[in-house]
Design a protein around this ligand. Structure first.
Ligand SMILES: *Cc1c(COP(=O)(O)O)cnc(C)c1O
Length: 401
């Protein structure tokens, strides 16, 4: 009853841009969430890849509480200690050199695009530069981020969108090189496509794109917003490919629940792109998010998160493969590390499966064209993988009479 009442109130007050699951979440502990009626859910979505450390990490919570009592916000007209430390740690973790903190992933993409355009402008003195992005990509909902998002459904009502953007086929190097001309200033892609349906870049593809970029002084921008921050067993997914971007966008797990993103670049790009006055933000990189990012990066080391992901992700893959072998409605398993997808036959709608899983106490979301998406907190253990597989098996059994 209580849930229905909250839902009714929500629809009266909140703009209806989401069809939400009929659950009011109340609190979390470890890898479990609880709703306002006390029902417990195993969380395999992590707030869309945000809650890497799970819920109720005491050291993280304490660091935030201390910073709240000390100083929340200063504006970027002044220095603050927590964000300087956070930036240093992010540079060290990425091997990149200069950070700009934003309030979201979308804004990190916006900033990365501006940096690439400014780089080309300073070099050529012209403004009509082009960006190559990928089909089926997702980079955010602002006009700039939408302009590079390869999904007609999201884009259409808002066209024309800013900038000159051309879309290549992901994992098809020829289709990228066909679009390159002397106006191309950046090639932008997710290292692993998330919303589009969990498609990892192929090694040769990413290496090939990097070569094209180097040959033509084009900047490689990698969107690591979903696949970064340890999700694949390295701090950033590109580190496993050995292909370093000129600019990287990150967000989601960067703050583990505090709204923060960042675009991070090499010194070479920093020295010849955005200068004082070219970009800014009121909130971005305030002491509060600084304390969060700084603590998250510390805890990743302290809790050996990368090692844990390397260990546990093999087990997740194994159990997903078992499900795929058992249920013929599963057409494919894809992904890397703790970013996995199961593509289902169209007769078995992924949205329906995820709704039924929720009823049975498993939070599971979808992606792309009928894909179940597995992006749990990075701190899951084997028993949680087993619990997930048992519930999902129960649900899928209904489709296999
Ligand atoms: C979530 C996401 C974004 C947008 O981030 P927001 O924080 O929602 O603005 C951009 N790119 C990718 C790959 C994402 O997964």
């Amino acid at each position: 009853m209580e849930t229905a009442k909250w839902m009714e109130q929500a629809e009266e007050a909140i703009l209806h841009t989401y069809n939400r699951f009929p659950v009011v979440l109340d609190h979390g502990e470890g890898v479990y969430l609880y709703d306002t009626e006390g029902k417990k859910y195993l969380d395999f979505a992590a707030g869309i890849g945000v809650q890497a450390l799970g819920y109720g990490n005491q050291k993280y919570n304490d660091a935030l509480k201390m910073q709240i009592d000390k100083l929340l916000h200063t504006s970027n007209l002044y220095y603050n200690q927590p964000i300087i430390e956070a930036a240093e740690k992010l540079c060290k973790a990425s091997g990149l050199d200069r950070v700009f903190f934003t309030n979201s992933g979308t804004e990190a993409i916006e900033g990365a695009i501006k940096a690439a355009k400014k780089y080309a402008y300073d070099r050529d003195g012209t403004t009509d530069h082009e960006i190559i992005a990928m089909e089926q990509s997702f980079h955010g909902r602002s006009l700039g981020a939408l302009a590079v998002t390869g999904n007609a459904h999201y884009r259409e009502p808002f066209e024309p969108l800013p900038g000159i953007v051309k879309f290549a086929k992901y994992n098809n190097l020829q289709s990228v090189s066909d679009l390159v001309n002397d106006k191309t200033c950046a090639i932008l892609m997710e290292t692993i496509q998330g919303e589009g349906g969990i498609y990892p870049a192929q090694e040769e593809f990413l290496a090939g794109v990097k070569q094209i970029c180097q040959a033509h002084d084009i900047l490689l921008i990698l969107d690591e917003i979903q696949c970064g921050m340890g999700r694949t067993g390295t701090m950033f997914a590109w580190q496993e490919y050995g292909v370093k971007p000129d600019i990287m966008a990150c967000a989601k797990a960067l703050g583990c629940g505090v709204p923060v993103g960042a675009f991070v670049m090499t010194k070479r790009v920093a020295d010849s792109s955005l200068k004082p006055g070219d970009h800014g933000t009121t909130y971005g990189g305030n002491p509060f998010v600084g304390a969060a990012v700084s603590k998250v990066l510390d805890l990743f080391e302290e809790q050996r998160i990368l090692e844990h992901v390397q260990e546990i992700s093999g087990y997740l893959k194994e159990r997903l493969e078992e499900l795929a072998a058992e249920y013929s409605c599963i057409m494919a398993r894809r992904g890397r590390g703790l970013m996995q997808g199961l593509e289902l036959k169209s007769a078995v709608p992924a949205g329906e499966v995820s709704a039924k899983a929720l009823e049975q106490g498993l939070i599971l979301i979808t992606a792309g064209n009928n894909v179940l998406r597995f992006i749990p907190p990075l701190v899951i253990e084997q028993e949680h993988v087993d619990e997930m597989a048992a519930i999902l098996g129960n649900v899928l059994r209904e489709y296999h009479p």
